[in-house]
Ligand binder design. Structure first.
Ligand SMILES: [Zn+2]
Length: 395
């Protein structure tokens, strides 16, 4: 009889203690969480750095330099910079390797699997940021300048790209390029701010020389690191996603007697139209697929003006053209991919030149691009041809 109340008392105090401990734990965890949300800087941020290409995929090449090697070296330097600021850094690759499935370097869905494996590293590690490092190349040697891309649907990617690009222009004060929206697969991630940094043109003799120097590579890595730091300082609570819209018009429809072919200007910044005369005794008799085929074969032949840049390798053949409900499907020979010399920017110009040249034809409003009969291929490894393109949908 005497023991009981004591036991009850002990039990009560044990329960009370447990409740108090639980309250402390909950409050403690809460305040920890608050601290981490409000702390500025880079402490404990998880940054995934993705050196573009690698292994069987060299990326752009020029004068014996391979994009994959430049990307890897600058990524390793960037990793050290970010680690010194307190970040946890994960590289998608630290050596010369790729993520193709064994035996599937080319062909249907190969590139998608390759890029997905890189993206998965960021998702599996709950990354706070994803930075893909690439280098450009272009047939015109005078094109130069670092570039930063965000996905056209990502507000946080845009904010990050702007902070990084601001720093890059301090390394390269004559850089007139701006952080730009792009439709590149590797940065199309819903929850993680993601950017592509194009560290320069290996096709430009001056920039190539810079890119080969350790000092310059360090400056680029430091600039990206500072940009990342400023992003977290400016947006400690993250950036609200509001799907920034990229205003993009389609091409004007064909007038009575001329149509336009769209080529790149010599700094890869715009598409520039060049007029071709319509043969009035032939054109009206062509069906839609024949019209598309005629315009496309002229696009492949290239521009007349030496100031404009061809967007498709001239050896490329058209294997077939079909149309259905406003959609044109063009099957190109693999030259469009195998003879492609450039980087991400030139690739987007190639695809846009095809879309614009096609959708000026009344009755055609979207385009599908096949390579050697395959859907889901990629011309330069940055944009997947696994969907239907229209001029309003980016690229
Ligand atoms: Zn690349």
């Amino acid at each position: 009889m005497l023991n009981r109340p004591i036991i009850v008392f002990i039990r009560k105090s044990w329960i009370l203690g447990a409740i108090i401990t639980l309250i402390i734990l909950v409050l403690g965890a809460g305040s920890l969480k608050l601290t981490s949300v409000f702390s500025s800087g880079l402490k404990d941020k998880v940054i995934v750095i993705d050196p573009g290409h690698g292994g069987a995929d060299p990326g752009a090449q020029n004068s014996g330099i391979k994009e994959k090697d430049v990307n890897l070296d600058i990524s390793l330097r960037l990793g050290k910079v970010l680690e010194s600021k307190g970040c946890k850094v994960i590289l998608t690759r630290e050596v010369d390797k790729d993520f193709f499935l064994p035996g599937f370097v080319k062909g249907r869905m190969a590139k998608r699997a390759e890029l997905d494996n890189r993206i998965n590293i960021a998702t599996e590690n709950n990354a706070d940021l994803f930075i893909s490092v690439h280098a450009n190349s272009f047939s015109k040697r005078n094109s130069y300048g670092m570039e930063t891309y965000y996905h056209l649907k990502s507000s946080s990617g845009k904010a990050l790209a702007e902070k990084i690009h601001e720093q890059l222009t301090q390394v390269q004060p004559d850089n007139k390029r701006k952080a730009k929206a792009g439709d590149y697969y590797i940065i199309n991630q819903e929850e993680i701010p993601a950017v592509i940094v194009e560290v320069g043109f290996i096709s430009n003799p001056k920039e190539r020389k810079l890119l080969l120097s350790e000092d310059y590579r360090n400056s680029v890595a430091n600039a990206i690191g500072t940009g990342v730091e400023q992003f977290f300082t400016a947006f400690p609570m993250g950036v609200r996603e509001s799907s920034p819209t990229v205003a993009q018009d389609g091409p004007p429809l064909i007038s009575d007697n001329t149509y336009k072919l769209y080529f790149a200007n010599d700094n890869l910044e715009n598409l520039v139209p060049e007029d071709r005369q319509i043969n009035p005794s032939v054109w009206p008799k062509l069906d839609l697929a024949q019209k598309a085929s005629l315009v496309m074969s002229e696009l492949i032949q290239g521009p007349l003006s030496s100031k404009l840049i061809p967007t498709i390798a001239p050896t490329t053949k058209i294997l077939s053209v079909t149309t259905q409900n406003g959609l044109v499907t063009i099957d190109f020979s693999k030259d469009i991919r195998d003879q492609f010399p450039g980087g991400a920017l030139e690739e987007s110009m190639t695809i846009r030149s095809i879309i614009w040249s096609m959708t000026q034809i009344p009755g055609i409003n979207s385009v599908r691009i096949l390579v050697n009969g395959e859907f889901g291929e990629s011309i330069g490894g940055h944009i997947l041809l696994d969907r239907t393109f229209s001029p309003q949908l980016g690229v």
